[in-house]
Design a protein around this ligand. Structure first.
Ligand SMILES: NC(=O)c1ccc[n+]([C@@H]2O[C@H](COP(=O)([O-])OP(=O)(O)OC[C@H]3O[C@@H](n4cnc5c(N)ncnc54)[C@H](O)[C@@H]3O)[C@@H](O)[C@H]2O)c1
Ligand SMILES: [Zn+2]
Ligand SMILES: [Zn+2]
Length: 389
């Protein structure tokens, strides 16, 4: 059923004063502040956020206190859905009132990568500017003292309004409920895309997933839809098995209780020599190694999705890959923002993609810090943060 979310048009061309959850210092609670959001420049879209959720990548960057990616004060948030408030010059693809997802992974449609079916890594807008707008690195946010606030991953959805480049916006049908649409803006698309597009899991195959958060559970959902015969979930949190079963997880390994054998040995035994497809959805180099070693010699493929929490390098024993294993990493599960997300929406609307069960909590914007606590304590899968409720 279509939900009716409107957005005023009187604000077009003017700065908007609104509330945003600002992170002033690494690891500190966000503070709701009044900020000013500039009108969109050429190729840009100003979006009224309806709801947003917290992905583990926000937490990883929120904790980061050194290096060029540690930019504060900053507006985090990159998984969201909204309505177009106004557009800048040259934007014809969307208009005031359209339901859209802002997405960190650009699709300019013109570069060599965007034109190739082999890649979803747009080379026109690489990640070098992700503290600001993708074309010039500048900010569209000012605090009440007139100081610039940094963007995050081209989205910055922890704000009632945000400005996003048209290369990072996809128009979606308003038939999909907004909380389900929000999931497709990062974590769930990443997991489903990794199973469908990167691994291309086929009927009867065996799958091992390290980490059953939203990304890992979405991998399970994608593998289940493809008819995988065994889907093994590895997680330290025992509660993840019950929820995993809703997404097709058939077997569960809790590393805490693997004293006699290693997790790798247990997976090798369960899969008669190694899983056909392994996915790392946690963000620890040691577990990326375990995933690779759990994959089957000859044809096993490992997809690394986790963002390494400590920036540690991944070292691979060449003997493991000489025996025919393949390892790949993937941003956004190989998903092309404008090409693939409307397809995922259709799959959901045709009951061919289960998005129920990912949303475990819902809170209002002013309580946003609770979403951090819930995710870090392993209590939530996705917590929907409503801007207006
Ligand atoms: N590649 C991409 O484009 C992309 C997109 C979204 C998220 N990510 C990354 O994917 C990862 C997962 O994100 P999420 O939002 O699903 O996170 P999450 O916090 O919801 O899930 C992580 C899961 O891993 C489990 N876990 C943590 N440490 C573990 C350990 N040592 N052994 C076993 N299990 C362990 C937790 O219990 C939890 O269930 C993060 O690294 C995130 O940054 C990558
Ligand atoms: Zn994310
Ligand atoms: Zn491109």
């Amino acid at each position: 059923m279509e939900e009716n979310y409107q957005c005023e048009s009187k604000t077009e061309g003017k700065p908007i004063r609104c509330k945003a959850a600002v992170c002033r210092k690494a690891g500190e609670a966000l503070v709701i502040e009044e900020i000013e959001v500039a009108p969109p420049k050429a190729w840009e879209v100003r979006i009224k956020i309806l709801c947003t959720s917290l992905c583990h990548t926000d937490v990883t960057f929120w904790k980061l206190n050194a290096g060029p990616a540690a930019a504060f004060p900053r507006i985090f948030g990159h998984e969201a859905v909204g309505v177009v408030e106004s557009v800048g010059e040259n934007v014809e693809e969307v208009k005031h009132g359209d339901r859209v997802l802002p997405v960190f992974n650009s699709e300019c449609g013109e570069c060599r990568d965007c034109k190739s079916a082999k890649s979803n890594i747009c080379t026109k807008f690489p990640f070098s500017h992700y503290n600001g707008m993708p074309r010039d690195g500048s900010s569209r946010f000012k605090d009440s003292n007139g100081m610039d606030l940094h963007h995050f991953l081209f989205v910055s959805s922890f704000s009632e309004y945000t400005v996003v480049d048209i290369a990072d916006v996809v128009k979606i049908s308003s038939d999909i409920p907004v909380d389900k649409a929000c999931l497709l803006s990062c974590g769930v698309s990443t997991g489903v895309g990794a199973a469908w597009k990167v691994a291309d899991v086929e009927q009867g195959s065996t799958v091992a997933i390290f980490g059953l958060g939203a990304v890992g559970l979405a991998v399970a959902e994608g593998a289940r839809q493809r008819g995988a015969s065994k889907i093994i979930g590895v997680d330290l949190n025992p509660e993840k098995f019950e929820i995993g079963q809703q997404f097709g997880v058939t077997d569960f390994i809790n590393p805490t209780y693997c004293s006699q054998k290693s997790v790798v040995e247990v997976i090798q035994e369960m899969t008669d020599g190694g899983a056909d497809y392994c996915f790392e959805c946690i963000g620890l180099a040691s577990l990326m190694q375990d995933a690779i070693n759990s994959s089957r010699p000859g044809w096993g493929k490992t997809v690394v999705l986790g963002v390494e929490m400590h920036g540690s390098p991944l070292s691979i024993n060449s003997g493991q890959i000489l025996r025919g294993r393949t390892v790949t990493g993937s941003m956004f599960g190989g998903v092309k923002t404008k090409t693939d997300i409307p397809f995922f929406v259709k799959k959901y609307l045709h009951n061919e993609l289960n998005l129920e069960g990912f949303v475990t909590h819902e809170i209002s914007f002013q309580d946003i810090n609770q979403a951090f606590d819930l995710l870090r304590e392993g209590k939530s899968i996705r917590c929907i943060i409503w801007m207006d409720k």
